[in-house]
Design a protein around this ligand. Structure first.
Ligand SMILES: [Zn+2]
Length: 416
């Protein structure tokens, strides 16, 4: 992309993996009530959350949960009186080498309020240790461990269920301890990769702050398709929802001054006015201004072309300026992002208008706020995350803290 200015582009995103971020959170199992599909009369299901770390899988000292002589699919679960934000669990199997053995396989399920849903993760099976599982955070009142028996009946000695720490608030820099090292690695990597990191003045941060807490977009409709007024409004709403996911990470954090950063689409650029099937004047319309072989909104109104933040030649005046472009190109795979905005496939965008996480757009928005790609390295101790293309389909905790780290390093330029 010629107008990249600073930031790299994304290649094609193909695979979506569950998140694998190991997080040192709070074990909330002790506040739950344990129950099970079946419990041998001499065992106790209360063993699974009594807080006692087993000496081994063949624990002959502490109480245990076991299902002998029953086999097949067996479960034990934890029930809380209020919803917990769970995102990892440790499970210690009971195995006496005789009638009770480690399972052939197992999984976690959570209660959605009306049914049990499988938790997508990788599930190790090992004796004499905690089997650790991380997963995309779920909010639930019940966590179920489902065991499929193997060479005998099954059982558990202890289950730990970890809830996310309280969200950041107030002033200061307070990332979870396990993210401090990888965050420092990322920042040092960026500093060494981009010599003009601190001189650059057109990050999304600069744009939002220059507007006093809002952002304006113009749509580059780089396709021959038509758009109805209803589709236009959906396109705007989807863009605003995705942008809000990033901005909500900042509310109340480290002197970020806004609780809400509204997004407004002020214009559309198109090859042929007849493609736009509305007659109202709710947005400015730019016809036939072809740049990079694509329709472009008026340069005098664009932040990229007026980085001092004044728009003397924008026909509608400064309120009609746009900070970023949403560039939707027919047949475009993957995406690109930078201070100028985001470019993604028009078909992808239109087929994801009702998707919760339009992950390619979210990734490219990350670039617009300075976040880097991770094609050739991974920070220590973190698994999948949005900015490592293909490894996550939503903003993870690590993405959130990288995002906040940009604010930490730039905020002094805004007197914060
Ligand atoms: Zn990228």
């Amino acid at each position: 992309m010629k107008r990249l200015a600073l930031l790299p582009i994304l290649l094609v995103v193909t695979f979506l993996w569950p998140l694998q971020s190991a997080l040192a959170d709070t074990n909330v199992a002790g506040s739950a009530t344990a129950s099970a599909s079946y419990t041998s009369s001499w065992e106790s299901v209360a063993a699974i959350n009594d807080g006692i770390d087993p000496p081994s899988s063949n624990d002959t000292v502490n109480r245990r949960w076991g299902t002998w002589p029953n086999t097949g699919s067996q479960w034990a679960e934890l029930t809380w009186t209020s919803a917990q934000g769970l995102r990892s669990a440790d499970v210690y199997f009971f195995d006496d080498g005789g009638g009770v053995r480690v399972p052939s396989s197992w999984k976690l399920q959570y209660w959605t309020g009306s049914a049990y849903a499988d938790i997508s993760a990788s599930y190790p099976v090992a004796a004499n240790t905690y089997n650790k599982v991380s997963f995309t955070q779920v909010s639930t009142t019940r966590l179920r461990v489902v065991l499929q028996s193997g060479q005998g009946s099954v059982g558990l000695l202890e289950v730990r269920a970890f809830a996310a720490d309280a969200p950041p608030s107030g002033s200061g820099w307070n990332p979870p301890g396990n993210l401090v090292t990888p965050l420092n690695e990322v920042w040092q990597h960026q500093e060494s990769t981009y010599p003009n990191l601190y001189g650059f003045r057109n990050y999304g941060w600069d744009q939002v702050m220059a507007n006093g807490g809002s952002i304006n977009y113009c749509v580059r409709w780089d396709t021959g398709a038509t758009v109805t007024a209803a589709q236009r409004d959906q396109i705007h709403a989807t863009l605003a929802r995705q942008f809000k996911k990033w901005m909500d990470l900042m509310a109340g954090h480290n002197n970020w001054p806004y609780t809400n950063v509204p997004l407004k689409v002020v214009g559309w650029a198109v090859r042929d006015r007849a493609q736009l099937q509305w007659n109202d004047n709710s947005v400015d319309i730019y016809v036939g201004n072809i740049r990079e072989n694509a329709p472009q909104c008026s340069e005098p109104c664009g932040r990229f072309f007026n980085q001092n933040g004044t728009y003397p030649n924008c026909p509608g005046g400064p309120s009609h300026h746009y900070d970023m472009s949403l560039w939707l190109t027919a047949g475009f795979g993957g995406g690109a992002g930078g201070d100028w905005g985001q470019r993604i496939g028009s078909e992808y965008y239109m087929s994801n208008l009702n998707t919760d996480n339009v992950h390619i757009l979210l990734h490219e928005m990350g670039h617009s706020f300075g976040l880097d790609d991770f094609y050739d390295w991974t920070p220590t101790g973190v698994g999948g995350f949005l900015m490592k293309a293909g490894s996550a389909a939503q903003i993870t905790d690590f993405d959130a803290w990288m995002f906040r780290d940009w604010w930490r390093h730039l905020k002094s330029r805004y007197g914060r």
